[in-house]
Design a protein around this ligand. Structure first.
Ligand code: MTE
Ligand code: MO
Length: 270
């Protein structure tokens, strides 16, 4: 097979990214349609099956199967709604797990790890900012029941994966369309002190709206909102939007997740 060189992320223009998104989204729709049809045909049979924890067992099985299917190839979920700049608000600073230590954002660097390799890559904020800049207004939704549209500025986690080749087993730059099976299946992100940590499925992590964010509503991030770099992942609840990122690790093992360990859904999508 011809594994041609992937164009560096910084040279991809927005049009190219949009085309990629559209293709991947179409693929998602096709799968959804098949799922709906299978669901209709099977429903009569499902209803009459014995129950497992209050749910007919085939349904429980289906939930598990969906999770497996979502991981088996690259398929971003739908796009989260975006809003115009003028509705952006300041959310409350919520949650300071992993933020309590004395910390100097100016002395910060990111550890980028691949579970199949020994050596991490250490990146400066300037290197991260050299990736294509993305500006978007999306909602930050907390499981406590509030939400705010916020203007976020940063770079795509997908572009970081494409640029530095840490997301793959082969060590090559990720090629999401032609070699999705080369991608490691999960991403683990933690604060420098490991006080807070989230696990993400690779599809959500590489979703085009998943950003490593350094500015909020047009200003540099403040410490309580996660300076110098935080995750913004609008297809997930606030709990996954980890502030003060220290390490990003690509791995095939499902990562530990602070709130999943305390009873919340590991995926925490909405
Ligand atoms: N390091 C860290 N990140 C975190 C949290 C936290 O406690 N520690 N809380 C999460 C929760 S529950 C929410 S709702 C959002 C809130 O982001 P904000 O403080 O910028 O509004 O941050 C998320 N990221
Ligand atoms: Mo939250």
């Amino acid at each position: 097979m011809n594994e041609s060189v992937v164009v560096p992320a910084a040279e991809r223009n927005d049009r190219e990214v949009e085309q990629r998104m559209r293709r991947l989204t179409r693929r998602g729709f096709a799968t959804g349609g098949m799922g709906a049809l299978a669901g209709l045909l099977a429903w009569g049979w499902v209803r009459t099956r014995p129950q497992d924890q209050g749910i007919p067992w085939p349904l429980r099985r289906m939930l598990e199967w969906n999770a497996t299917l979502a991981q088996s190839y690259f398929r971003p979920t739908r796009l989260a709604p975006t809003f115009s700049m003028n509705v952006a608000r300041w959310p409350r600073a919520n949650g300071n797990l992993g933020l309590q230590n004395a910390f100097d954002p100016a002395a910060w660097s990111l550890r980028l790890e691949n579970a199949t390799e020994k050596r991490p890559l250490i990146l400066t904020l300037a290197q991260i900012k050299s990736l294509p800049r993305v500006d978007m207004v999306t909602e930050l939704k907390c499981i406590e029941g509030w939400s705010d549209p916020v203007r976020w500025t940063g770079v795509r986690l997908a572009d970081l994966a494409l640029r530095w080749g840490k997301a793959t087993r082969s060590g090559k730059a990720a090629d999401l369309e032609r070699f999705p099976s080369d991608l490691l299946r999960y991403v683990s992100i933690s604060t420098p002190d490991m006080g807070y940590y989230v696990g993400l499925d690779i599809e959500s992590a590489l979703h085009p709206q998943t950003l490593l964010c350094y500015a909020m509503n047009g200003r540099s991030l403040t410490v309580e909102h996660g300076a110098p770099l935080r995750l913004v992942i609008p297809v997930k609840y606030g709990i996954k939007n980890i502030k003060r990122i220290g390490t990003i690790r690509f791995t095939d093992e499902r990562p530990a997740d602070y709130w999943a360990e305390r009873g919340y859904d590991w995926y925490a999508g909405h």
